[in-house]
Design a binder for this molecule. Structure first.
Ligand code: SAH
Ligand code: SF4
Ligand code: F3S
Length: 455
């Protein structure tokens, strides 16, 4: 294909958006574009957006503001807003940014090539946010995999129908639909051919994979992916606690390639708040799941998502969240202060908490979690951990393992980094080690954000 120009893709948001950007890039490559990392050089710019919280949405519009200025200097530049903000705002995004050529919704990727053609023949301000069920027609191109890449995301489901009251995802990502297992396996086999060693299967609620379609369960899908010889490690996200099955717990326990790590977002420790969030479980049932998980899969790493300052959350209810954190001792926590989102039911809830209070609860929560992250990391000291090597360390530590300062820059070309099954970053000293190898590392020291080991 003749070279048609440079394409720049800016991605905001979750892992699914990273996957979606790879899809968009494969369309652009098919049309003759090559990827550039320089915005100034680009002939087409795509901003793949997220609207989960207000801040993410504003990040998108602020980038697009920069893009508008660039377009004034370079009129042939094609500008695209794609993804969740595009889906949410549609025509409205044109009011904020009249220079945009294409507003591409989350289910419109199969029309991307055609819309670019239309822009080339003189159209602008095209909005396509039709809900469609065919989003799996476009696949990322596995030949994109670069030499140093060892891990990739593969989306196995679209949409969400859980309607947690604070969340925009069901409105911007559409109905839940599972992808056919054959297509998933084919894509993973392709990735393996290009040297990928680890795959993360993505869906908003992977536990309900295949249910609507009456297809195989998620646990059975994991088994099929496990049988691909050259795939070394399998991860997945996200599991919804209301649908965590025994079958899945046993699959994590029994399938060697499935990592001993579960991301199980709890959001709150208070039953009243969980009910108001429409989460479908209680503190007690969540803790029972954790007990069962820890019994069947000893030493499994568990991470979660939490929201502070949900409308009407009292100090006492927030304290219940802290108590739950103490009971579970999570390995890591992703926490956010509640953000009002358009269309969601929680937007109309009474008892909104003021910003400063939401943030103060958030900081308190992070302070507590620091203790448990470090405690869990320290449990690994002296243990031999299989580590999937990712490449050279960017953050250098001192050879003996005791860092002068954790991220001090000491030039040492043999220092590498990788991840344990529990998804913890390990920096280690080693020779003749290449990215993609799984090697045994003895953990010598533990810090809040990483481990140090020797081969
Ligand atoms: N499907 C996943 C979550 C996807 S969104 C699940 O159910 O767990 C990722 C996280 O963003 C959520 O777990 C939640 O903690 C957070 N989040 C979603 N909406 C939010 C909002 N309005 N304000 C603050 N955090 C939010
Ligand atoms: Fe949002 Fe809830 Fe769906 Fe997760 S399960 S994407 S939090 S609605
Ligand atoms: Fe954001 Fe859309 Fe993902 S709102 S979190 S990019 S599904």
């Amino acid at each position: 294909m003749k070279f048609k120009g440079w394409a720049y893709i800016y991605t905001i948001g979750c892992q699914m958006n990273v996957y979606d950007s790879a899809k968009l890039l494969s369309v652009l490559k098919f049309l003759g574009y090559s990827e550039t990392k320089s915005l100034e050089e680009a002939d087409i710019v795509v901003c793949n957006t997220c609207t989960i919280r207000h801040k993410a949405q504003e990040k998108a519009y602020s980038f697009l503001g920069r893009l508008s200025k660039l377009k004034k200097k370079k009129p042939h530049l094609i500008s695209v807003i794609a993804g969740c903000v595009a889906q949410q705002d549609g025509e409205k995004s044109l009011k904020r940014l009249p220079e945009i050529d294409i507003v591409l919704g989350t289910q419109s990727f199969s029309r991307f090539a055609e819309l670019i053609d239309q822009v080339k023949s003189g159209r602008s301000n095209i909005v396509d946010i039709e809900p469609r069920e065919t989003i799996f027609e476009v696949m990322p191109d596995a030949s994109d995999v670069n030499q140093n890449e060892i891990s990739r995301f593969v989306t196995i489901m679209q949409g969400c129908e859980n309607f947690c009251t604070y969340c925009v995802v069901p409105y911007v990502r559409g109905k839940e639909k599972s992808r056919r297992p054959e297509a998933i396996i084919e894509e993973i086999e392709q990735l393996c051919k290009y040297g990928i060693q680890e795959v993360t299967l993505l869906g908003q609620n992977v536990n309900s994979y295949g249910i609507k379609e009456n297809d195989i369960s998620f646990a059975k899908l994991l088994k099929r992916v496990s049988s691909i010889d050259s795939m070394k490690r399998i991860r997945f996200a996200t599991s919804h606690p209301k649908d965590l099955s025994d079958e899945l717990i046993y699959a994590i326990r029994d399938l060697e390639k499935v990592c001993f790590h579960l991301h199980l977002p709890v959001q709150s420790g208070s039953d009243r708040i969980l009910k108001r969030m429409n989460r479908g479980y209680t503190q007690k049932t969540y803790l029972e799941m954790i007990t069962k998980l820890k019994k069947e899969c000893p030493n499994i790493a568990i991470s979660t998502d939490l929201i502070t300052g949900f409308p009407s959350e009292t100090r006492e209810e927030f304290q219940e969240t802290l108590n739950l954190m103490k009971a579970v001792e999570f390995d890591s926590v992703y926490a956010f202060s509640y953000s009002d989102r358009p269309i969601t039911p929680a937007m109309k809830f009474d008892g909104k908490i003021d910003e400063a209070e939401k943030l103060s609860r958030l900081n308190e929560l992070f302070e507590l979690q620091k203790f448990y992250t470090e405690k869990n990391n320290k449990k690994l000291i002296g243990k031999i951990e299989p580590v999937l090597v990712e490449g050279k360390s960017k953050k250098k530590m001192k050879v003996e393992g005791e860092p002068v300062k954790e991220f001090q820059n000491i030039i040492n070309t043999t220092q590498m980094m990788g991840r344990t099954e529990s998804n913890k970053i390990v920096h280690f000293q080693g020779c003749n080690i290449r990215p993609g190898m799984v090697i045994d590392v003895r953990i010598e020291n533990a810090y809040p954000h990483s481990l140090w080991g020797i081969v």
